[in-house]
Ligand binder design. Structure first.
Ligand code: ATP
Length: 296
């Protein structure tokens, strides 16, 4: 028997970064949104842990360093089980793109193994295991639109009545999240504790694209652009193609373009394509967190 779970990419509608703490983490005030780009994770019983990709993707470890294997081990340790699984990942989320693809795989693996083995792990235990695996993993379980506090691992769902359209331009070479934070520390030595503006909650409640455009903020954008200046050209291309707003996804290098409707998104995508961007995707949001798509 095998179980397949689908988990979404995330974007940060707001990513306010505070000063680096002694433990190395930065306090965050963030609003996550799950968008319609997905990884599918299929698990089945096996003698040993293993991980495979349905198609080769550079930069994804195929050993115990893969966060999906770490998730499997964390779940078996939690239940005191002597079980292992084969994990097959179909990646639809850009790797090292600031869209938390690894975190999506970890969340999907937790849910898939829980179902495969009939563990009925309590939600709060799954969320706690997820938080141990990485700051973005709990949100990949929850999905929708949610506020993240702490270092992003404490997730509170938000009212979101919008139907949002994003054009997504990944960039071949990923950006390392720790390096972007180090550049943030260099550029913003006097960072203060951020908070989420009321107008962002209002734009989400009202489904107001122009209101959302004004409220979007990413404190990692300047450091990422400092490390990868050519991304400014991509952001500028998005405006030229007619996007309402352009911003970087998380620590980058994926660029995001907010559009008012699905038709506008298709026009912006076509415009970006014409400006030389080969990989351009359209994602609707918000979408569900990690969920079972098949039992076989
Ligand atoms: P972050 O979650 O830190 O924002 P990201 O979204 O930029 O990260 P990911 O695609 O999650 O990027 O990958 C970050 C790194 O994690 C990769 O470079 C890779 O070395 C490692 N990694 C481990 N497991 C996976 C996985 N299942 N899929 C993708 N990357 C993985």
């Amino acid at each position: 028997m095998s179980v397949t779970v689908r988990a979404p990419a995330k974007i940060n509608l707001f990513l306010g970064v505070g000063p680096r703490r002694a433990d190395g983490f930065h306090p965050l005030a963030t609003v996550y949104q799950a968008v319609g780009l997905y990884d599918d994770v299929t698990v089945a019983d096996a003698e040993e842990w293993s991980v495979e990709l349905t198609e080769p993707v550079a930069g994804v470890p195929l050993d115990a360093d893969n966060i999906a294997v770490k998730a499997g081990r964390a779940l078996t340790a939690h239940h005191g089980l002597d079980k292992r699984a084969r994990i097959v990942i179909h990646k639809g989320i850009p790797v090292a793109g600031g869209m938390a693809g690894g975190s999506a795989d970890a969340a999907a693996t937790l849910v898939a193994l829980d179902r495969l083995w009939g563990l009925r792990t309590a939600d709060e235990d799954l969320l706690a295991l997820a938080a141990e695996l990485g700051s973005d993993v709990p949100f990949a379980l929850v999905g929708g639109t949610a506020e993240g506090s702490g270092h992003g691992e404490i997730v509170t769902p938000l009212v979101d009545r919008g139907q949002w359209w994003w054009v997504v331009v990944p960039h071949g070479e990923g950006l390392s999240t720790p390096k972007v934070y180090a550049e943030f520390d260099r550029l913003s030595p006097a960072a203060t504790q951020p908070s989420i503006p009321e107008r962002l909650y209002g734009a989400l409640r009202d489904g107001d694209t122009d209101g959302l455009a004004i409220a979007l903020r990413n404190d990692l954008e300047d450091p990422a652009l400092s490390l990868r200046p050519e991304l400014e050209t991509t952001l500028e291309h998005g405006y030229r193609a007619g996007a309402t707003m352009a911003l970087l996804s998380g620590s980058g290098p994926t660029c995001l373009f907010l559009c008012g409707t699905g038709d506008e998104a298709r026009e912006v995508a076509a415009g970006l394509h014409a400006l030389g961007h080969d990989e351009v995707r359209i994602a609707a949001a918000p979408v569900a967190g990690a969920h079972v798509v098949s039992y076989a």
